[in-house]
Write a protein that binds this ligand. Structure first.
Ligand code: ATP
Ligand code: MG
Length: 424
């Protein structure tokens, strides 16, 4: 027999048992976004390869080794999006949404990176991203952080995430810091591992977030990014910290926090957790004031972040098991006897008309009452509606509370009212 075809490594199926919690988490996130007046934007999953090379940077991990790039039938080089910001900026420029305008946008969907799959790290994963254009003050940076903090409270995980914050300054300030850092690293090449040596010239700031403890010790003596910041970036950062202090949001300034993508300037931040092992960054972002112009638009300030939904779901499940998915079925309709199946189907439709919030499943495939009640239990229904030949003849139905076992016979025209009372 032919071998079964399996899913691609690192690309997950999300089965019915899991999608319910995903839905509840997503609806919580969207509700909060709505409460700040942000709008959804829906973008293609595939873009032209040069978009990512130009936006993310040629010598980043993502572009160097993680992209899913292929030629389509016309010979064009296309890439499955590894992140959402580049496409969002591309769309904003293409549709004239960015010049002299404010936009507060969010998107949700799959991203693709060819990484080594492990807990919290997959090849197809999902991000919810937020991007704001046209605002340059630290107030909007602070609002994005307040919005994320509101998410954590709504999901009951606020005690399990912490905020790390840094400013990486203007592009010029970064360039002069880069020179100083490279000069320092050159004096200590013997203490660097292969990865750091490779990055020393291509992307030296990434050496700062090396996971190697020896490198981290060495970096204690390295020049500090904070000492190279331009005056305006310094003021911007002080402004952001003041807003966060006023809002009562705690943070740690981490001078070694740099982001993996090239387009950031000034503010960068990450929300991290210690509850997920080594894939501890749940949400990360910052300012990218140069990107719109770099991609061919008229210059527009911008700030945003992306959250990894798999990590968020894992975290909610790990630290707040109370946050449960809504039930799939509240009401299970059982029927047995001649002519009862048609009556059951019609009654089910009438109940859905009168009580649209109820989740009603009709029994199909027959079976005696005992079997049908077992199915009601399996689906976790709280109420059973029971139709036999007598009930059909009298246009009645038995409403049974499956928790207390209490039941009563009611007119079919009244059943929605009874259900509403029972289910709240
Ligand atoms: P990491 O340090 O984990 O490699 P990153 O710096 O590459 O993250 P970003 O590009 O900033 O991540 O993406 C934002 C968020 O998306 C991350 O903080 C994380 O929650 C999530 N994320 C990134 N890559 C993956 C992946 N391969 N699988 C699952 N989630 C991911
Ligand atoms: Mg990464």
């Amino acid at each position: 027999m032919a071998k079964n075809i399996q899913a691609i490594r690192g690309m997950n199926d999300y089965l019915p048992g899991e999608t319910a919690i995903w839905q509840r988490i997503e609806s919580t996130l969207k509700q909060v976004l709505g409460s700040y007046g942000y709008s959804e934007i829906r973008l293609p999953i595939v873009e032209q390869t040069p978009l990512f090379k130009r936006a993310i940077g040629e010598v980043t991990d993502v572009v160097e080794k993680e992209m899913y790039t292929f030629e389509d039938r016309n010979g064009d080089s296309l890439t499955l999006r590894p992140e959402g910001t580049a496409g969002c900026v591309r769309a904003g420029i293409e549709h004239g949404l960015l010049y002299n305008q404010e936009q507060r946008l969010w998107y949700i969907g799959p991203m693709f990176r060819h990484e080594r799959p492990q807990k919290g790290r997959y090849r197809q994963f999902h991000q919810l991203g937020v991007e704001v254009f046209g605002l340059q003050g630290p107030d909007i940076d602070a609002e994005l952080i307040m919005l994320t903090a509101r998410w954590w409270r709504a999901l009951g995980i606020a005690d399990h995430v912490s905020l790390e914050l840094n400013s990486i300054g203007s592009l010029d300030a970064r360039a002069s810091y880069r020179d100083a850092l490279v000069a320092f690293l050159e004096q200590h090449v013997d203490k660097l591992d292969e990865d750091c040596k490779r990055r020393m010239y291509s992307n030296p700031l990434r050496v700062l977030d090396s996971k190697n403890p020896d490198v981290q010790t060495l970096l204690n003596d390295a020049p500090k990014l904070g000492d190279y910041l331009d005056e305006e970036s310094r003021e911007h950062f002080a402004g952001l910290c003041a807003y966060l202090d006023a809002a009562g949001i705690g943070y740690t300034v981490n001078q070694r926090l740099v982001r993996g993508l090239d387009y950031y300037n000034r503010t960068v931040f990450e929300w991290v957790t210690t509850s997920l092992g080594s894939q501890g960054t749940v949400c990360a972002g910052g300012r990218y004031d140069g990107l719109v112009e770099q991609l061919g638009g008229r210059a527009a300030p911008a700030v945003g972040f992306a959250m990894g939904l798999e990590r968020l779901v894992l975290l909610v499940q790990a630290v707040n098991p109370e946050f449960k998915a809504d039930s799939v079925v509240d009401i299970y309709l059982v029927a047995s006897g001649n002519g009862t199946q048609t009556a059951a189907m019609l009654l089910a439709e009438a109940v859905r008309d009168a009580f649209p919030a109820g989740k009603l499943m009709t029994n199909y495939g027959g079976g005696n009452f005992k079997k049908q009640f077992a199915r009601a239990d399996k689906w976790g229904a709280r109420v059973a509606l029971v139709l036999g030949e007598n009930e059909v003849a009298n246009r009645q139905v038995v409403v049974k509370d499956l928790r207390s076992g209490e039941q009563q016979t009611v007119a079919q025209s009244e059943v929605a009212t009874h259900l509403q009372t029972l289910l709240g």
